[in-house]
Design a protein around this ligand. Structure first.
Ligand SMILES: [Fe+2]
Length: 522
C-alpha cells in the first residue's frame, strides 16, 4: 500500500472496501433498495445498508440546521451516533467494521438544531495520523500490527455511544471506552478506566445496559484475560462512576459476545459460534470465523453475586447479535433478540471454508427463554416474536432491565408489493398485542438505526419520538435526521433536519436527555 494517495485514490480504495463488505451486510441489515458496487472504480452510490457505511472522512459543524416541519418543543437533548469511517485506505483483506470511530451529534434545544461530528482521537487514530498511514491493518488482529504501536490501545471506538456521568463514552468491545465531551465531542480520555477501576486492557461491551430504577450501568468484557480467553468479566458502575460490583465467569467457548441482557436480578449471555480464530489471525485474517459445528448456550447468573450460580441451556448453531429487551417473570428469564439461522455477517469467513450464506444471515426477532431454576432437558425455548428483518432492534432505553411493551427498529418492508424491492421502514412493535406499525421510506432512502426519545424523563413508556438518519441515494448520499411521533409512526416524519452533506457512517446511536447533561459544560 502506498502511503501517499490523492483524494480520488483514497475514495476508490476506501469506498470499494466499505461497500464490498457492506454488500454482505446488506442481506442482514436491509435487503432492499439496490446493491452497492461489486467491482472496482469509484463506489456506486445506491440505496441499501451500504449507504450507512459509505466513508466520509470530513468532520462537519453546522449551527442552526435547516428544519422542515416543526421540532416538538418538549424534544430537548442530543442524538449521538458513531460508525466506522476509514482514516486511510483500508487493507483489501480488512472489513468495514474496522474504520475509525466518527461520532456525530444532533443537539436539539428549543426547536433549533446544531450538528457536529468529530473523530474519536483514540490512541490508534493519533498514532496513524502522525504516521500518515494505517498501523493496525486487520480487524482485531494484533499479529498484523506495525511494531510502532505495541502497547497502544487498539480501540477504534466505532460501535456505540452512551452517556455516563456527564461524559459521552465511545465504545468498542475489545477495549475500555473513550470519554468525550458531550457538547464539543472533544476526546477527553482515549482509554477511560473509570479512574483506574478497570485495567487499561479491559475489554468493555459496546452494549452496556442501564438499570431501570437506579440508572447504574451494567457492562461486561469478554476475552477478559487476553486474546482468546474464555473469561468474561461483568461489572456494575453507578451514576457517578464508582464500580459497585465485579465478577468473572467462564463461557463454554471463546466467541463473539456482542450484546447481553440484564434483568432486575440477573445477567444473561447468549454464546454463539462466531469463534475467536487464532490460527486464522496468525495467517493474517480477522478475529472471527463462523463454526456451525458448535452449539449455542443461553446462560444467566445473579447480579451482585460471585457467578457460581451460572446455568447454561443449549440449542443448535444460530446467532443472536442484538438485544431488544429482557425481563424475568414467574420464574423464567426472557431475552428478546434478533436471531439468524447462520453466520450473521457473510463478510466474515466460515471456518469450514464454505461460501457466504446470504439467506442464513437474515435475522428475525425471536424470544429466547429458560427457567430460572434450571430445566430437565437443559435446552432453551425459542419462538418467533415478529417476522421483521430487524438486526438493530431498540426499546425505550429507560426499560433496559424491566418489563417492557414497545420495540422500535429500522427494517425492510416485510410485505413489499409483488415484483417491487422492499423499501426501508421504521417499525413500532407492540409486544403485548404482537402487532406492529410501519412508516415506509422512499425507495431512494436508506434508514439507519433508530433511537427512542421520551417526551419527558417521566413520560409513560413509548410516549415520545423516534429519531433516525436517512441517506438519499439520489442526492449523493445527502442526509436528513427524521423525527417521528413514536405513537403514530405510520404518519411519517413530523420534522426533518436537512443536512447539506452526507452524514458520517453509523452503527449505533443513543438519545441523551437534557437532564443527562452536566449543569455546566465540562
Ligand atoms: Fe451492536
Amino acid at each position: 500500500m502506498t502511503t501517499r494517495m490523492n483524494r480520488r485514490g483514497f475514495l476508490a480504495a476506501a469506498g470499494v472496501t466499505a461497500t464490498a463488505a457492506a454488500a454482505g451486510a446488506l442481506a442482514a441489515e436491509a435487503p432492499s433498495g439496490g446493491s452497492p458496487a461489486a467491482g472496482g472504480g469509484a463506489p456506486q452510490r445506491t440505496a441499501g445498508a451500504g449507504a450507512q457505511f459509505a466513508p466520509l472522512r470530513a468532520e462537519v459543524q453546522i449551527d442552526d440546521c435547516i428544519v422542515e416541519g416543526e421540532i416538538p418543543s418538549e424534544l430537548n437533548g442530543g442524538f449521538y451516533t458513531v460508525g466506522p469511517d476509514p482514516q486511510y485506505p483500508m487493507d483489501p483483506k480488512n472489513i468495514v467494521f474496522d474504520g475509525e470511530g466518527h461520532v456525530r451529534m444532533f443537539r436539539i434545544r428549543n426547536g433549533r438544531v446544531s450538528y457536529r461530528t468529530r473523530y474519536v482521537r483514540t490512541e490508534r487514530y493519533v498514532a496513524q495520523n502522525k504516521a500518515g498511514r494505517i498501523l493496525m491493518p486487520i480487524y482485531r488482529n494484533p499479529y498484523m500490527d506495525d511494531p510502532s504501536v505495541k502497547g497502544l490501545s487498539r480501540s477504534t471506538a466505532n460501535t456505540h455511544v452512551v452517556p455516563h456521568n456527564g461524559l459521552l463514552l465511545a465504545l468498542k468491545e475489545d477495549s475500555p471506552p473513550a470519554a468525550m465531551n458531550l457538547d464539543t465531542l472533544e476526546t477527553i480520555d482515549p482509554v477511560y478506566t473509570f479512574g483506574d477501576q478497570l485495567p487499561r486492557t479491559q475489554p468493555f461491551t459496546a452494549h452496556p445496559k442501564f438499570d431501570a430504577h437506579t440508572g447504574n450501568m451494567i457492562a461486561f468484557g469478554y476475552e477478559a484475560e487476553g486474546l482468546g480467553s474464555d473469561t468474561v468479566a461483568v461489572f456494575e458502575i453507578d451514576t457517578v462512576g464508582r464500580k459497585l460490583w465485579e465478577t468473572k465467569i467462564k463461557v463454554p467457548y471463546a466467541g463473539m459476545l456482542h450484546d447481553f441482557a440484564v434483568t432486575e436480578n440477573h445477567v444473561a449471555l447468549f454464546v454463539v459460534p462466531m469463534i475467536v480464530d487464532l490460527e486464522q489471525m496468525k495467517r493474517g485474517g480477522i478475529h472471527w470465523s463462523w463454526d456451525k459445528t458448535k452449539p449455542t448456550y443461553f446462560g444467566f447468573f445473579r447480579r451482585g453475586g460471585d457467578g457460581k450460580d451460572l446455568k447454561w441451556f443449549t440449542g443448535p448453531a444460530r446467532s443472536g447479535t442484538h438485544t431488544m429487551g429482557a425481563f424475568e417473570d414467574k420464574g423464567r428469564l426472557y431475552l428478546d433478540t434478533e436471531v439468524t439461522p447462520g453466520n450473521p455477517f457473510p463478510f466474515m469467513p466460515n471456518r469450514d471454508g464454505s461460501p457466504p450464506d446470504i439467506p442464513g444471515s437474515r435475522s428475525t426477532l425471536h424470544r429466547i427463554s429458560a427457567s430460572l431454576k434450571g430445566g430437565r432437558n437443559k435446552g432453551y425455548d425459542i419462538e418467533l416474536l415478529f417476522p421483521l428483518s430487524a438486526p438493530l432492534p431498540r426499546q425505550d432505553d429507560r426499560y433496559n432491565t424491566a418489563h417492557y411493551r414497545y420495540g422500535f427498529a429500522n427494517c425492510p418492508d416485510p410485505e413489499p408489493p409483488a415484483g417491487q424491492p422492499a423499501v426501508n421502514c421504521i417499525a413500532r412493535m407492540d409486544i403485548q398485542t404482537k402487532s406492529y406499525r410501519l412508516w415506509k421510506a422512499k425507495p431512494t432512502e436508506t434508514v439507519g438505526e433508530v433511537v427512542f426519545a421520551p417526551k419527558s424523563p417521566t413520560a409513560p413508556e413509548g410516549q415520545g419520538y423516534i429519531l433516525a438518519t436517512v441517506w438519499h441515494a439520489d442526492q449523493n448520499l445527502r442526509s436528513d435526521l427524521v423525527i417521528l411521533d413514536a405513537e403514530r409512526v405510520e404518519e411519517g416524519p413530523i420534522a426533518r433536519v436537512l443536512l447539506p452533506v452526507q452524514a458520517a457512517p453509523q452503527v449505533h446511536g443513543w438519545w441523551v436527555r437534557e437532564d443527562q447533561y452536566p449543569a455546566q459544560p465540562a
